[in-house]
Design a protein around this ligand. Structure first.
Ligand code: M6R
Length: 530
């Protein structure tokens, strides 16, 4: 429960030791019971306070030794940083399952949960390994393995910059990040589609190993899961390898069938999502190969994979993921087409067409943003007070509907559902009545006509429809109450364009409602605990 007593840092019973913690100590109840029996009284309801008291009991003049002793008793996920009154010049830190990075400065050193927090002070970063310990003073950083053996290390210079982590005149990081998408997509493409081909040589994939892959599993959470759903359609279309997309939090407890001829693709903006990391650990233990699609260099998920396609979207600060999503989609197109060609299952004209389309995306997203989407703002104003929204799409844009609904609910707190258009008749159509709003994502492509039929069914029941359609779609113009037009493109690329107005719709709805757009209630940017 959020209150002052539960805030970090927590102080040990002797008042000498303070601790901050990101994560969860799963066996804290049992440890707490034990400490209470020994006469320790607790000031908060947190699991963290248990660690403070345990450390104080194990401390005999050496904080590092005390931490080493206490770690043996902790189960769960943690990044911990501890100070002791008797050694005020040092911080001892450790991590297991939660991220922790160390910044190397001049005459000063830092620890933090992620790199953007350090950019104001330094770009020299050390990533602490799982189970490792660090002793940080103003002059020196020392790393140790789980047995307290000193570990040599090298700092890396992060490619993130402070400019990129500031708002630069935008009211919110989310709006800035929406507007950064043309540049972010260009960065994802840089050097990977220079000619008429997709170039994935950076992944060092072995064609023989690839030919042996019988099944692909995409693992991710939240917005990254929806890009993974588009990824499934793309991978199956271009590689013809059966592909399944899993919510990593389901996968890890589903007793999944894992075979060595399976290729896993882990998708994550932060590279630190606990469920995705754990799902990855399970598949790696059983010998499957894994590729990451990730934004944050050097983070835990890429380090656990055999190869990584970095999205290079730059720091994403807003809790609602925007540019990370569109760049993941672009990465999936390149990956699917590239693997398809290596397998001889994607022909040259198809590859050329897609590469051409990819190259146009930055300008097309820019054009969409420059249009100052009037219909989006009108719609946000008109419908900000409704309690429910329905989003529908099909095939490549079914995940777009899910992502649009997630964006709206997470930052405006309006309930929204994303559905496959074909499912309407199986239940959700019952919700439609006068003025019930549905967002229909219906760009050009194989399923456009089917979605138009869904819209007609909604209109016949007096529902209100906002349509996202390709420029010049006259039928959509006639049907829609609000029309949002996106540039013409290959249908495989349409999710990249179609989601942009949905991001803006969520943004303008949330700002009109006065919500805390960049930090919505109850949510964190990186979900580093289960
Ligand atoms: O860093 P990741 O991509 O692994 O994060 C996954 C989700 O936590 C994340 O996408 C979340 O759903 C966002 N808040 C959505 O906007």
């Amino acid at each position: 429960m959020p209150n002052v007593a539960n805030c970090h840092p927590h102080i040990s019973f002797d008042g000498k030791l303070s601790i901050i913690h990101n994560g969860i100590i799963e066996n804290y109840r049992e440890l707490k019971r034990e400490l209470i029996e020994q006469g320790v009284s607790f000031k908060s309801d947190t699991d963290t306070e248990v660690v403070a008291h345990l450390l104080a009991k194990s401390y005999h003049g050496d904080l590092l030794q005390a931490m080493h002793a206490v770690l043996k008793r902790l189960h769960g996920a943690y990044a911990l940083a501890v100070c002791h009154q008797e050694q005020p010049d040092r911080i001892v830190a450790t991590r297991m399952g939660s991220p922790l990075v160390i910044g190397i400065g001049e005459g000063e050193n830092f620890i933090a949960s992620d790199v953007p927090a350090l950019l104001k002070y330094t770009r020299q970063i050390v990533f602490l390994e799982e189970g490792g310990l660090a002793q940080v003073t103003r002059e020196k950083v020392e790393l140790f393995d789980a047995d307290l053996k000193p570990m040599p290390f090298n700092a890396v210079t992060t490619n993130l910059t402070l400019d990129a982590a500031e708002k630069e005149g935008y009211e919110h990081f989310m709006l800035k990040e929406i507007h950064e998408q043309p540049h972010a997509i260009a960065e994802t493409l840089r050097g990977r589609v220079d000619g008429e081909h997709v170039d994935l040589s950076e992944l060092n994939l072995d064609a023989d190993v690839l030919r042996g892959v019988k099944r692909i599993a995409v693992l991710a959470c939240g917005t990254s899961l929806y890009s993974g759903m588009v990824g499934k359609y793309l991978l199956e279309r271009f590689t013809r390898i059966p592909t399944e997309t899993w919510s990593a939090s389901e996968f890890r407890y589903a007793d999944p069938v894992i075979e060595p001829d399976m290729l896993v693709i882990a998708v994550s903006q932060s590279g630190e999502t606990a469920d995705t990391l754990e799902a990855l650990r399970i598949v790696k233990q059983q010998g499957a190969k894994a590729i990451a699609i990730c934004n944050v260099m050097g983070s835990s998920i890429p380090r656990a994979c055999d190869a990584t396609l970095y999205t290079r979207a730059g720091p994403e600060i807003g809790v609602a993921s925007t540019k990370a999503y569109t760049t993941q989609l672009v990465a999936f197109v390149m990956l699917a087409v590239g693997l398809g060609r290596m397998l001889g299952r994607t022909d040259e004209p198809t590859e050329h067409k897609l590469v051409d389309g990819l190259k146009q995306l930055p300008a097309q997203v820019q054009a969409l943003l420059d249009e100052d989407i009037v219909a989006v703002k009108r719609c946000a104003k008109r419908y900000k007070d409704v309690f429910n929204f329905m989003y529908i799409g099909r095939h490549f844009n079914y995940p777009t509907a899910m992502e649009g609904a997630l964006k709206l609910k997470e930052i405006s707190y309006i309930h929204a559902e994303g559905y496959a258009g074909g499912e309407m008749k199986h239940g959700p159509l019952a919700l439609v009545e006068g003025s019930f709003p549905t967002i229909a994502v219906a760009p050009q492509g194989r399923t456009r006509e089917k979605l138009i039929s869904n819209v007609q069914e909604i209109k016949a029941r007096k529902g209100v429809v906002v349509m996202v359609s390709t420029h010049g779609d006259e039928e959509a113009r006639e049907l829609a109450d609000y029309l949002i037009e996106i540039p013409a493109c290959e249908e495989e690329l349409s999710p990249v364009l179609a989601v942009v107005p949905l991001q803006l719709l969520a943004y303008y709805t949330a700002t009109q409602l006065g919500r805390d757009v960049d930090k919505p209630r109850n949510l964190a940017k990186s979900v580093t605990v289960e």
